[in-house]
Write a new protein. Sequence first.
Length: 345
Amino acid sequence: MIGERRDAILALIIDSYIKTGEPIGSKTIAGLLPYRISSATIRNEMAYLSNLGFLEQMHTSGGRIPSKSSYRYYVNNLMIPKPLSDFEKEYIIERLSVNAGDPERLLRDAAALLAETTHCAAFFNTVKDKLDSVQGVDIIPAGNGRAMLVMLTVGGKIKSSVCKMDCPIDKEFKSLFYYIVSEFFTGTPLTDINLGLIQSTAPVLGERVFDMLPALTSICSLCREASESTLVIEGETNLLSHEELGNEVYKLLSFLTEKKRLKDLLSQYALQGKENELLIGDENYIYEMKNTASVLSKFDYNNSQTAILGIIGSLRIDYSSVLPRVEYIMNTVKDFLQKGGITFE
């Protein structure tokens, strides 16, 4: 701590700058403090805070604004969190409970809710798991010569597709289909399911191989989709309203659109990162994010599955309001993921 009076002055400067984006003068600060102190004394304290690296000048003749390091000090020592109302808590739980049994849809809902609640960009990334395997596949007649396939992996991923069938999905077909799934697909790693595996079913299927082929190739496609990592970004356009990002916002948006570097970063974070982390300014790992504040949360679930959920905003986000709400959303997601989802009998 740097002293009660300096803490109070710095907190006022940061709170004001977060709200207005403008420097605050010594006279205004004097009027906001709960005790009498001269403007000259405040200017001396501001000079001291500048020497510590907590304040900087936008222009030679301009007022002082918070530095990147001051936001870290503010969050760790000065910030007074704004608690959530009961209504906010109920709303978050209601929004996230809709797809609580499907991890990927739950994470997508959470990213959308984070973007809505924080007015930042939000994202989730599921990390590729080479050991994930098929738990079960169901086939449902959809009429007009079509069938819906629904696949569940051991890692809790649910994938579905509709395929065109050239034969009726009757009791005999279903019995054969489930036998083939049980013998060739269930328990097989997603990355091992390919056209070669499908060809190996031919001796068992005999003359029905061509009837079964559309369903089996659809399963192959679902496995390929489920085996890859998924990165979804919500609310990128929110960043355009963060005026302090200036022209840097376009570099940031290009970085988010390109996705590959962010995906690589999050895959690395999944291996070495903390469970929860707030990164401010230069603490961020990517050059395009050096003028942002970001929050990352890592979730391990269904034994071997890992996902990252996070937000990206400007340095001027309302930390006292944003951080408690992000934390509540992250904790709610964690609870739902740990409870697990559906299973196929």
